[in-house]
Write a protein that binds this ligand. Structure first.
Ligand code: ADP
Ligand code: MG
Length: 194
C-alpha cells in the first residue's frame, strides 16, 4: 500500500497499455454523449507520461508532479485538467504520506473541487468515489471496478459535455468513468502495491 517511484511508474505503464489498447472504445463511448475524443486525448497524454517517467524522477512527489503536469499539458479536453488535478493533489499529499489510499483520497477531493461534480453526476468522480474506499480497506477487486463503471450507464449526466443531452445521456457508460476504471485495473496489476 506504500507508493514509491518504482510502483508509480509500473502503475502508469500498465495504465498506458490499457488506454492504448482501448483508445477506440473510449472514443466510441464519447461519441453518443460527447465529442468522440476521450480515447485519443488520453492516449496522447499517457504516451507522454510513460515517456516522461523514463527520466526516473528523484522522489515520489517529483514523479507525481510530472505525471500531473504532463496530463494537464497534453491530454486536453475536460479530462486532462481533471486527471491532472487529481495527480497534483496526490503530489501535494505525498509530502506527508506515501500511503496509496490516502493519496488517492486527496486526488479524489481535488477532482471534485476542480470539476464541481458529485457522485451520481455521471462523471469519473463516480468511479473514484466508489473505488478509493475499496483501496483504503484493501479490498479492491475487478468486480467492484466493473460494477462502478457500469453503474454510470443509467445515470443522467449533470456535468461536462454529456450534461447538454439531459435525459438522453442515459443508457451510455460515461467515457471518463471507463478510463478511470482502467486506472484502477492498472493498480490491481501493479505487483507489490495492493
Ligand atoms: P471533453 O468532454 O472536453 O471532450 P473528454 O472527452 O476528454 O473531454 O473527457 C470527458 C470525461 O470527462 C467525461 O466522460 C467525464 O467523466 C469527465 N468530466 C467532464 N466534466 C467533468 C466534471 N465537471 N467533473 C468530473 N469529471 C468530468
Ligand atoms: Mg470528449
Amino acid at each position: 500500500m506504500t507508493l514509491i517511484v518504482d510502483t508509480l511508474t509500473q502503475w502508469m505503464n500498465n495504465f498506458t497499455a490499457k488506454i492504448e489498447l482501448n483508445q477506440q472504445l473510449l472514443s466510441d463511448l464519447d461519441t453518443p454523449i460527447g465529442d468522440g475524443d476521450h480515447g485519443f486525448n488520453m492516449n496522447r497524454g499517457m504516451q507522454a507520461v510513460t515517456q516522461k517517467l523514463t527520466e526516473k524522477p528523484a522522489s515520489l512527489t517529483a514523479a507525481l508532479k510530472q505525471v500531473a503536469m504532463t496530463l494537464i499539458s497534453t491530454v486536453g479536453g475536460a479530462s486532462g485538467p481533471l486527471y491532472g488535478t487529481a495527480f497534483l493533489e496526490m503530489a501535494k499529499k505525498s509530502d506527508t504520506t506515501n500511503d496509496l489510499g490516502e493519496l488517492l483520497e486527496a486526488g479524489l477531493a481535488g477532482l471534485e473541487k476542480r470539476g464541481g461534480a458529485k457522485p451520481g453526476d455521471k462523471t469519473m468522480v463516480d468511479v473514484w468515489a466508489a473505488l478509493v474506499p475499496a483501496v483504503k480497506s484493501h479490498d479492491l477487486t475487478e468486480d467492484k471496478i466493473t460494477a462502478a463503471v457500469e453503474a454510470t450507464k443509467d445515470l443522467v449526466a449533470k456535468k461536462g459535455r454529456a450534461s447538454y443531452l439531459g435525459e438522453r445521456s442515459k443508457g451510455h457508460v460515461d467515457p471518463g468513468s471507463q478510463s478511470s476504471g482502467y486506472l484502477f485495473e492498472a493498480l490491481l496489476e501493479t505487483k507489490g502495491l495492493l
